[in-house]
Design a protein. Structure first.
Length: 165
């Protein structure tokens, strides 16, 4: 088994409520996040999403598929979503949102270990490639989310700011 700890930060020119709404609507992430093949609802959870259980299938830029389930364990609207992962990887993920006067900082922590033996071998031999793949997919997610929020516009962007590119 190999352990990975990734810490990604996005700065988005949208209010935290709009970003939070998009992140909690993970069934629609495949509409805007390249590489995410499928999200399937396994359990609904409560009114805040706690207990929600979903299966994610990702196709990496390196060609392999990653399948894991996430159970949401904590939600504080509009600033926090936490969950535990099981499947091809096991561990913890956390979306942390902090709104400023001009943007929302999104921090994603992903602390997991590989479960399948071939992934542990791949990680030992090609750890830099696995890290590159994760960061590339996260960059694509940021671009897709900005595009989604720009087109969907559930809430107005911050006044006086030019549209994100």
């Amino acid at each position: 088994m190999a352990r990975f700890e990734f810490d990604t930060t996005w700065h988005l020119d949208f209010p935290a409520d709009a970003v939070f709404d998009a992140l909690t609507d993970s069934l629609h992430w495949p509409d805007w996040w390249p590489g995410l093949v499928e999200v399937r609802q396994l359990e609904v959870g409560d009114d805040h999403g706690i207990g929600r259980f979903q299966r994610f299938v990702w196709k990496s830029r390196l060609g392999y598929y990653l399948r894991f389930d996430i159970r949401v364990t904590r939600v504080c609207q509009p600033s926090l979503i936490e969950g535990v992962a099981s499947g091809d990887v096991a561990g913890f993920g956390s979306w942390q949102l902090c709104e400023t006067n001009t943007s929302t900082r999104v921090r994603y922590l992903w602390q997991v270990r590989t479960v399948r033996p071939w992934m542990g071998l791949l990680a030992r031999v090609a750890r830099p490639l696995v890290a590159w793949n994760h960061h590339a997919m996260m960059r694509e997610g940021q671009v897709g989310l900005v595009r989604h929020l720009t087109s969907f516009a559930p809430r107005p962007r911050f006044p006086g700011r030019s549209p994100p590119r």
